[in-house]
Design a protein around this ligand. Structure first.
Ligand code: DC
Length: 235
């Protein structure tokens, strides 16, 4: 029997904000708790960037011939050992590769290309068509799901974000310099917020969550309270 109540009670949750402020972790935690699908839209921009690097395709070529993007297939598959969804590019697991500094340095420029955004936004909207999705990114509440029932805009001081990203990379055995990470974060903030195509901005109806001095647990508890409040109101 199909339970119509639970289907219609599902909502979409949009989480936007600056680079490295823990959007992904929060989105994953909420999705797990609610039994929703988590989608990391940044991973999709990173996968496109990796594809362009691997195939030596200059950015101007993508703008001139967006049909090139048609060769890119992105999927998220659950890895039960690691306990989260991993990104696949044309059938290959690229979860670690898309987090490299080489990709990080180019991804903001790739995501500023309107043709790339149009290609990925269509895929993201399709993924959220049946609701029950928690998606994090930069334009989820403004462009991808403008009618998301809950929108959260996350931020934290750049130095705190750089420290978190630096520690994350160290743990993965990727050795970088803290100043380089901080510089990359500041540069990405600037490109993301000033680009012409869907710049990073808070949706008017989004709730701001500054997590500079909050634990992951505190953030998840607060966001879940918000989500449950919205879901309850739909009953
Ligand atoms: O969240 P992230 O740092 O992995 O995102 C990588 C880049 O992709 C970031 O510089 C901004 C861009 N991005 C975007 O423009 N729109 C999104 N919805 C998600 C990410």
């Amino acid at each position: 029997m199909i339970c119509l109540t639970s289907v219609s009670n599902k909502i979409n949750i949009a989480i936007d904000g600056h680079s490295s402020c823990g959007k992904g972790t929060l989105a994953k935690n909420i999705a797990k708790e609610l039994g929703y699908l988590f989608i990391d839209s940044g991973a999709m921009y990173r996968a496109v960037t990796l594809y362009l690097i691997q195939n030596n395709i200059p950015l101007e070529e993508v703008q001139a011939d967006p049909a090139l993007l048609g060769y890119i297939k992105i999927k998220f598959l659950y890895d039960s050992d690691r306990g989260f969804y991993e990104t696949y590019l044309n059938g290959v697991n690229v979860e670690d590769e898309i987090r490299s500094m080489q990709v990080s340095k180019l991804v903001s420029n790739v995501s500023a290309i309107q043709e790339v955004r149009t290609f990925l936004v269509a895929k993201q909207q399709e993924m959220g068509r049946n609701k029950g999705v928690v998606m994090d990114g930069r334009d989820i509440g403004t462009v991808v799901f403008p009618d998301a029932e809950l929108k959260i805009f996350m931020t934290a001081a750049p130095e705190i974000r750089a420290k978190r990203r630096y520690e994350e990379l160290q743990k993965k055995g990727i050795h970088v310099n803290y100043q380089e990470v901080l510089h990359n974060i500041r540069e990405r903030d600037h490109i993301d917020s000033t680009r012409e195509a869907s710049p990073l901005k808070k949706a008017e109806d989004a709730i701001t969550l500054d997590n500079s001095s909050m634990t992951k647990y505190e953030q998840a508890r607060l966001a879940l309270q918000w989500a449950k409040g919205v879901i309850q109101a739909l009953v």
